[in-house]
Write a protein that binds this ligand. Structure first.
Ligand code: HEC
Length: 257
């Protein structure tokens, strides 16, 4: 009888230890992170995202060169060039954070997404005799975002969007929160250029930390997004009538609370 009592006590102590530990660790990896830490992760992920898209932009002529077969833009080459752009943007070497942290997990999810997109794109971009391939920075960015969202499902989310009146691909339309920030803040002449906006707000019905970063049309963008409005660009799409320096897009990032 005594033994059974001891066993029971031992069992209940172990059970409470297990319960204590699971209550500490069962939560999301985002649990316990401050808004500043979430903002830092958002800044990290949007920086890698832009660095990778910049590699595609810089190599657009090469990608569209009909005289060349192999373009040398393997997944490894694009990831290496992304890290160079990352260093240019931040002054720091790209460093993977520990895989047990949300930062490490989101970094890995994005690097894996770049790898998947580039592996898939090899046949398309290496096709000799074909010029325009439709492998544009925004299309690469969409695919990279979709891959990231799949890899990190339920924890974080990224999307390239634009002001509602400038959206080409309906899948990139801003949600209510994004549209509101774009229209009432980013388009306000007093809003500081390039300033990130963050807020705790719902995303797809779930409580989340949200971050959004404005982007502006540069001269090169206007070949497709500029004037005259409605004219056909080289991709076959209609130009938006955008102007130099005007708000042309936004990168939206989410961490679920
Ligand atoms: C060669 C033409 C071309 C150039 C140059 C170009 N874009 Fe685009 N852009 C497109 C096309 C086509 C899409 C639609 C992509 C899709 O179908 O997903 C697009 C999509 C976008 C989107 C996503 C929202 C949407 O409309 O679907 C943003 C933001 C964007 N472009 C911004 C820019 C910026 C900023 C630049 C310059 C740095 C630029 N683009 C340069 C053709 C171009």
């Amino acid at each position: 009888m005594r033994i059974r009592k001891d066993l029971l006590k031992c069992f209940s102590v172990s059970l409470s230890i297990v319960l204590l530990y699971s209550s500490m660790f069962a939560g999301k990896v985002s649990a316990g992170l401050t808004d500043d830490q979430k903002k830092e992760i958002g800044t990290e992920i949007t920086t890698i995202y832009r660095a990778a898209r910049g590699v595609i932009a810089k190599n657009q002529k090469l990608i569209n060169d009909a005289t060349k077969g192999d373009k040398g833009l393997s997944a490894d080459a694009v990831i290496a060039a992304t890290k160079v752009n990352y260093k240019k943007a931040t002054g720091n070497d790209f460093k993977m954070a520990d895989k047990s942290t949300l930062k490490g997990q989101t970094q890995a999810a994005l690097i894996d997404a770049i790898k998947q997109v580039m592996d898939n794109a090899q046949d398309l971009i290496n096709e000799k005799g074909k010029g325009l391939k439709g492998f544009l920075p925004a299309i690469f960015a969409k695919q990279m975002g979709d891959g990231f969202n799949k890899n990190i499902a339920g924890k974080a989310h990224i999307k390239l969007t634009a002001p509602m009146n400038y959206v080409r691909n309906r899948a990139n339309r801003p949600d209510k929160w994004e549209a509101n920030v774009i229209e009432t803040m980013f388009k306000d002449s007093g809003y500081e250029k390039n300033k990130v906006y963050t807020e705790n707000a719902k995303h797809k019905g779930k409580d989340a930390f949200r971050l959004i970063l404005p982007e502006y049309y540069k001269q090169a963008c206007l070949n497709c997004h500029g004037e005259p409005k409605g004219a056909i660009d080289i991709t076959g799409g209609k130009k938006e009538g955008g102007k130099l320096g005007e708000l042309g897009g936004a990168i939206s990032f989410v961490i679920y609370n």
